[in-house]
Unconditional design. Structure first.
Length: 186
């Protein structure tokens, strides 16, 4: 290039060194058109096809994501409904358990009350039987002691059983009547 500048300076022509020669422009334009033709004919359709495939894949993925989102929302709604149903069922079970517990407690109280009443009645019957047994035993012992004491005081033997029994029974009846009057006066 330095030679071209020197040559141009020596010849005295006034050409602009920044502008290329017309033949360079012509051949550059021909090369550009050829490259443009091959690019337009072969490269651009392949790029367009690749972009279309990518666009379709992206749209397919978006549709899949939308479908997955819808399925997730449906599953969430179903899960929420099942959870609400389970909570209602758990509440019913708790309420039933409370009612059963109250019923069991009431039955236990009734059974305990019946058992206590039965035990009380049995104990009273046993006490009454023991009392009657003690009265009979005491009557015979008191009668024997009273006869022995009366025999000692009177100095005679009171061994006649029928007569002795009637005296002892009359004596005890008088004692019980005196006790009944004393209890009634209080």
């Amino acid at each position: 290039m330095l030679h071209a500048v020197l040559k141009a300076a020596t010849e005295g022509e006034t050409t602009n060194p920044l502008l290329p020669a017309p033949y360079d422009i012509w051949w550059s334009a021909v090369c550009f058109v050829i490259i443009l033709f091959f690019f337009w004919r072969y490269a651009l359709p392949k790029m367009q096809q690749m972009l279309d495939e990518r666009g379709a894949a992206i749209e397919g993925n978006i549709e899949k994501a939308d479908e997955a989102q819808r399925q997730a929302e449906a599953a969430l709604e179903q899960y929420t409904a099942q959870l609400a149903e389970a909570r209602v069922e758990a509440g019913k079970i708790r309420e039933t358990a409370r009612e059963d517990g109250k019923q069991i407690v009431a039955e236990a109280r009734e059974n305990a009350s019946a058992e206590a009443t039965r035990i009380t009645v049995s104990a009273q019957a046993q006490i009454e039987a023991e009392r009657q047994s003690a009265i009979v035993s005491l009557r015979s012992e008191v009668g024997t002691l009273a006869l022995d004491l009366a025999s000692g005081v009177i100095g005679e033997s009171l061994k006649d059983d029928a007569k002795a029994s009637s005296v002892v029974d009359r004596f005890l009846a008088d004692l019980e009547a005196d006790q009944a009057k004393a209890a009634g006066a209080k």
